[in-house]
Write a protein of this length. Structure first.
Length: 277
């Protein structure tokens, strides 16, 4: 593993790392904020998954999460949103698909299955790397994300509830099988409808629950709200399944990181209730 950059931040260290990924068959980058409490022992970890067009630094630079993470003693880990430099002819040039738009799934179509395995990477490979190289307690992990990353956080938590103590999301794509972003990506990455349902939070709620409250924040001035996000589908699925969920809707807020900055402290404190218990 290679250190790309490292800076002191709120008594801790903010850094970017690069490593060879077995899941994605190439180099992957991630950012890590290690809080000052890690000098004295292992700390819990919150993984944050970014959205379309973003990378491993987007959340760390724009969300303003480090101050509260430092106070609470929570490590922050943000992976890139996909592998890069895959050499696949149509994996670049389209912000909704390919590099920068991995959709946190394991591709099954032949063209993409060698490199686009972000579900495996986030669920298994990256936590093992964090456990091996950082003072992290991987028995205490939470997961969160924004937009496509919110989709990733929800599906990972629902498919692997034994791995995560807490989950939250900002403006998540909750039903990718029913909206253009998800349909476009799934039709290229995946094959069968059964595979689609494995990466659709609303479909997963037909089969299982997450042990704990799911926190979701959504801006009501989000231009993608009606066409791509549809949070009401998720709350209806939760109600049908008995899943505890808190959907907070905010007038005037859009899909940007200004929205995330406003409510990131609430999300960190939500995770702290489970990770520090």
């Amino acid at each position: 593993m290679e250190i790309i950059s490292a800076q002191h931040c709120f008594g801790g260290v903010q850094a970017v790392y690069q490593h060879d990924s077995a899941s994605n068959n190439g180099l992957m980058k991630f950012s890590a904020f290690t809080p000052p409490q890690a000098k004295y022992g292992k700390v819990p970890v919150l993984f944050f998954l970014a959205g379309l067009t973003c990378n491993e630094e987007t959340f760390m630079i724009k969300a303003g999460a480090q101050r509260i993470a430092s106070e609470l003693g929570i490590m922050l880990i943000t992976p890139d949103t996909s592998p890069r430099n895959t050499g696949i002819d149509d994996a670049t040039g389209d912000w909704e698909f390919g590099e920068g738009a991995g959709f946190y799934l394991n591709a099954t179509q032949e063209k993409y299955r060698l490199h686009f395995n972000m579900h495996q990477y986030v669920a298994n490979e990256l936590p093992e790397i964090i456990a091996d190289h950082f003072p992290a307690d991987i028995s205490r992990i939470g997961i969160s994300g924004h937009s496509m990353g919110g989709h990733g956080a929800l599906t990972l938590a629902l498919r692997h509830p034994e791995k995560y103590r807490s989950v939250s999301a900002f403006a998540p794509i909750v039903a990718p099988s029913q909206v253009p972003w998800g349909q476009k990506a799934f039709s290229k990455y995946l094959n069968t409808s059964e595979e689609w349902s494995q990466y659709d939070a609303c479909e997963l709620l037909r089969q299982q629950q997450f042990d704990g409250m799911i926190l979701i924040d959504q801006g009501l001035d989000d231009k993608f709200l009606a066409t791509q996000l549809k949070p009401d589908l998720f709350t209806a699925a939760c109600e049908h399944n008995g899943q505890s969920v808190l959907l907070r809707e905010h007038a005037g807020y859009d899909h940007s990181y200004w929205f995330i900055q406003t409510f990131i402290e609430d999300h960190l404190r939500h995770h702290a209730k489970y990770l520090l218990a």
